[in-house]
Write a protein that binds this ligand. Structure first.
Ligand SMILES: Cc1cc2nc3c(=O)[nH]c(=O)nc-3n(C[C@H](O)[C@H](O)[C@H](O)COP(=O)(O)O)c2cc1C
Length: 129
């Protein structure tokens, strides 16, 4: 069982989340629509973006209350203008909780979202099955 969850204010991360989800063969769900992961998953794809140097408080709260017993491992993704700190900060938080995080993550620059859709699908497809 795999799941894709994301937080997106402007739609960039949503597009990437949906593309990764397509590759994986699941639906992407915004954490604004589902505040907590309810079912156990082998892999949770989790993504967001930085706003004025920090991830959205909603995303941080989601990561903080994620239950380690529900998640086999997390694969991260992010979109931004330049910074990858959302990935670094989530990695730190999740590892602190004892949730394994894949070293590899998916990044898309905010000006090249459409150009990264196919790569995001392929990234997701690596974890299909
Ligand atoms: C208010 C605001 C602040 C931002 N601050 C940063 C930042 O500090 N570093 C960065 O790399 N990108 C920054 N960005 C760019 C966003 O991270 C980027 O547009 C991202 O793709 C937005 O994701 P979303 O469309 O899923 O909300 C900022 C964008 C906005 C609107």
């Amino acid at each position: 069982m795999k799941a894709v969850r994301y937080y997106s204010k402007l739609g960039n991360t949503k597009t990437i989340a949906e593309s990764i989800a397509e590759g994986v063969g699941v639906s992407a769900v915004s954490i604004a629509d589902e505040a907590e992961l309810k079912e156990p998953v082998d892999i949770l794809f989790l993504g967001g973006a930085p706003y004025a140097n920090i991830m959205a408080p909603e995303l941080r709260a989601y990561a903080e209350k994620l239950r380690p017993e529900l998640v086999g491992k997390v694969v991260l993704f992010t979109t931004s203008n330049w910074s990858r700190r959302t990935v670094l900060a989530l990695k730190k938080e999740l590892k602190k909780k004892g949730i394994p995080v894949e070293e590899d993550y998916f990044y898309a620059h905010m000006l090249h979202i459409n150009g990264r859709v196919q790569a995001a699908r392929e990234f997701g497809a690596r974890y299909r099955g």
